[in-house]
Design a protein around this ligand. Sequence first.
Ligand SMILES: Nc1ncnc2c1ncn2[C@@H]1O[C@H](COP(=O)(O)OP(=O)(O)O)[C@@H](O)[C@H]1O
Ligand SMILES: O=C(CO)[C@@H](O)[C@@H](O)COP(=O)(O)O
Length: 549
Amino acid sequence: MKKYAIGVDFGTESGRVVLVDVATGEVAGTHSTQYKHGVITETLPHKQKKLKNSTALQHPQDYLDVLETSIPRVLEDSGVSKDDIVGIGIDFTSCTILPVDEQLTPLCFQEKWKDEPHAWVKLWKHHAAQPEADTINQLASESNEEWLKRYGGKISSEWMLPKILEIIHDREELYHEAALFLEAADWLTSLMVGEVKRNSCSAGYKGMWHKQEGYVRKEFLKRLHPLMENIYETKLSGEVVPIGSKAGELTEEFAAKIGLKPKTPVAIGIIDAHAAVPGAGVTAPGSMVMVMGTSTCHMLLSTKEEFVEGISGVVEDGIIPGYYGYEAGQAAVGDIFAWFVKELVPGYVEREAEAKNLSIHQYLEQKASTLPPGSKGLLALDWHNGNRTPLVDANLSGLLVGLTLNTKPEEIYRALIESTAFGTRLIIESFENAGIEINELVACGGLPHQNEMLMQIYADVTARPIKIASNKITSAIGAAMFGAVAAGSKLGGYDTIEEAAANMAKLKDKVFYPKQDHVEKYNLYYEEYKKLVNYFGRGTNNVMKKIKN
Ligand SMILES: Nc1ncnc2c1ncn2[C@@H]1O[C@H](COP(=O)(O)OP(=O)(O)O)[C@@H](O)[C@H]1O
Ligand SMILES: O=C(CO)[C@@H](O)[C@@H](O)COP(=O)(O)O
């Protein structure tokens, strides 16, 4: 009898449920539920009061709707019985947090708090806590906090401590009222199993937890705000459970809501980009996983904890148990190509693409693939949305050099793609400079399925072969693998994530190998790219920011 695991991937606009055959990794069904309230940026659902700038909230009911709608739907559509589901795992965008009461009910569900924005879920892209992040970074660098190095020298306004400090500053009463602040992944897992469990991935990358040293020291927290001193024993209390563990079993009540059997094993949650690592079949050091879409996350495993310039973080047990998991990133990749296509492509190109029944991206790819490496002397800096790794500077802007009166749109398109590949090579070099080896690349996310030329350019620029995940739902598949591991082999799952990935991960047959003549040409261009990086992004030269401001 076939056995299945369920993976649920909670994104920014919707949640997707995938049903995966445990033995083969075949996808037996998927179903997505769009969040009814989407990303709340202007006003709360019940109140017409303008929210403050850079606010991005969500409605927790939307997450429950995903589980209650999409799980029964995949079972019904696939004809798979709930008796054959061995386990369930969820992944979530992060840091996405909410305040709850003792019963784990979100404060925004209460009449008293429903009109208070801070009672709602703060989505990862809620950036209103930037002043708080600046304060934390300044105080931490003044007092030489060791933990800051694990986060590349700066923490983000998207993370747990800035978001909570913002609540203390804006609405202290709500801070007192909250029994706990939870990552949305942990809120759902805790509801499913009936007790509070925090996952080591979110706690480590976004909550400043360290397996050996615990959380940030109290003297530092007290300097941030006296109310923060004991926050980890109070509002952030709860066992931190390593990735790859079972969080518990579905309660009778929750099982009834989502159409599964009570006592179905539930995996501890994980962040979306991190779930994509086993999802793409990577469970050991040496292979870097690139989750490529609007932006790119670079994920890597190692046996060593090193301080790497500008990374988003390094966390022991953060991705695969037993390894240090590294996350780095480029703040814009697909978004840069989208900007070019939308804002700068001339009408004649649109008409030619339409005549050939191609999207503008496809048409430009077709034309640009006949060009030589280096796009006829064009060189770009991929900083249209700032630089995440290695410079950690959101204020930087993009650049294009080498234009002539003969420059064509497809040449610029190719130069922009090449610049993002150079950005990835710079990240690879940052890891190598810290003594961490990268032999091959595995790409997942939407982009690798949309543009073959782009993948070839990445192979040529990085001089490494690139494998591609077989579908775009790699994070959800990874979450399902963790569900299978929560079940264990006795219940038809696996005992380790390594075994689960070996059997359930699927890669495309086609591998992009570097072409030697292109590698050599790109080496020359990359040296010039680095000169631009050093000139505009490092040291005392501030020209880019001066012009921008
Ligand atoms: N053929 C293409 N070539 C290059 N970029 C593309 C192409 N088609 C879409 N894109 C870019 O891919 C990005 C979407 O990637 P995807 O992984 O599907 O989304 P997300 O990051 O939101 O999950 C957009 O930024 C879009 O500009
Ligand atoms: O920050 C992380 C990973 O650390 C992501 O969850 C966050 O960028 C959201 O990613 P998505 O837009 O959902 O792919």
